[in-house]
Ligand binder design. Sequence first.
Ligand code: KG4
Ligand code: ZN
Length: 339
Amino acid sequence: MLVLGIESSCDETAAAVVEDGRRALSDVVSSQVAVHARYGGVVPEVASRQHLLSIVPVVEQALQKAEVTMDHIDAVAVTHGPGLVGALMVGVNAAKAIAYARKLPLIGVHHLEAHAYAAWLAYDDPGRDPGFPLVILIASGAHTDLIVMRGHGDYQLVGRTRDDASGEAFDKAARILGLGFPGGPAIQKSAGQRRGEKPMPRAWLHDSLDFSFSGLKTHLLHEAQARGIYPPGDAPADAEAVAQLAGAFQEAVVDVLATKAVQAVERHGARGLVLGGGVSANARLREECARRSPVPVLIPAPRLCTDNGSMVGAAGYYRYMRGIAHGASLDAAPSLAIA
Ligand code: KG4
Ligand code: ZN
């Protein structure tokens, strides 16, 4: 069965053709990072307009690269939430139009569910090996969530950020340190092997599995101000001082993410830990999760961890196998809950 997966919830316009929920025959991503870089973050109106420009060529390329035509497609899956409403609408309306014109089933997919299914594209069958339940840590520019997945379609949100997403925190920190956008890779590069001379505070929120990164961001701001790094002056900032702060900041975020992910695994008797979202490209996070987790850690390749169409196609396939199809009533749902 071939599913066309479409993703447009944030700043990536993406489409892919996925076979039987497990194999991507194509995976085309048009990133808007360069467009948003000059604003230091994603601008919703700009994102919607870019999606409109990209959606048709991206879908056409996905078919071409898979060496199929629309005649071979059996169903259309699309992220319908959560995300930016204008951005979601572009993907949802494109998917609706294709499904209507070709008389195909239309399957709405939750964006976080899609991130979880990246593991089904990267590994043989995580539902069997290591097996359910799985804990999914999704850490991206828009989300920081811990989900317990007990089976296909069976999700429980057990932790979420109470303020900034972890990727957003990296992006804001990089802006404070004058390192550019997107911030995660820039902080990682600046930090190198450094873990910071002075540790930064972690928000543990008692024994909750929730996250909070805004206090850490304020702490970094004060440290940067004290060292004359922020606001930027005429002379370039001391690169070693910047790198020390980048290292300490990265350690604080990674420590909280890895600690709570492992706590979720232990509390919920999970048999595996899956990482998803752009932040899971972070080398220190990968290292710490692998080092601390008592169960196997599944980390798809970075291009599967960031937003893409193949994870949507995979999630859509498993939804369809459970008899779920939405049809013409499907709508963009910016605050869609997973469970
Ligand atoms: O999943 P993603 O591509 O987009 C969404 O937000 O949905 O995630 C992007 C986020 C950005 O905030 C970026 O700074 C962060 O992922 N990121 C990283 C790294 N690479 C990307 N954060 C930390 N370390 C990285 N190596
Ligand atoms: Zn995402």
